[in-house]
Ligand binder design. Sequence first.
Ligand code: VGL
Ligand code: ZN
Length: 198
Amino acid sequence: MTQALIVIDMQRDFCPGGRLAVAGGDQIVAPINAMMADFDAVILTQDWHPADHASFADNHPGAAAFSMTQMPYGPQALWPAHCVIGTPGAEFHPDLQVDRADLVLRKGFRAGIDSYSAFFENDRTTATGLAGYLRDRGITDLTLVGLAHDFCVAWSAMDAARLGFAARVAEDVCRAIDLDGSLAAARAAMRQAGVTLA
Ligand code: VGL
Ligand code: ZN
């Protein structure tokens, strides 16, 4: 059994003071750093959007942040602009131990499509390449932590389970946006998908 720690989107914009701040996001940096030594591999994901990204409310005249819109690939939440390529908000939290990472996987870099999951973009078919990377390294067991619990962590964990990895979310090392009950819905969906909530 080869185990990887998948650290989801521990970036400045998702921490207090950032543009899409998740309450308590900065509280999980030290626990994540402490977990890294227990794994064969550590992988960081980085939300990485061009300024004209379709998930930004500002790019939809008249639309409010945190409302829903319809994209060619299905429903999509609209967010405040965040994690714009090359800006300080897209950087990892300054205390995150990035040197321990074997791979930094960027996602959401295509203007027309969002990517919550570390495995597939939101059309559910465009692969990021992470599954192939993990399989090529013989990694079978994944522990997911980070931000946000109910979006990028949940979508990544469900895809991991669907792809045949043993997927576990360490819930005390995640923080949620919790938009209209999204955390409860995501937890139920993760259980249904065979993700272990620990
Ligand atoms: C995320 C909303 C938009 C996340 C990323 O990391 O959960 N949420 N982009
Ligand atoms: Zn994003």
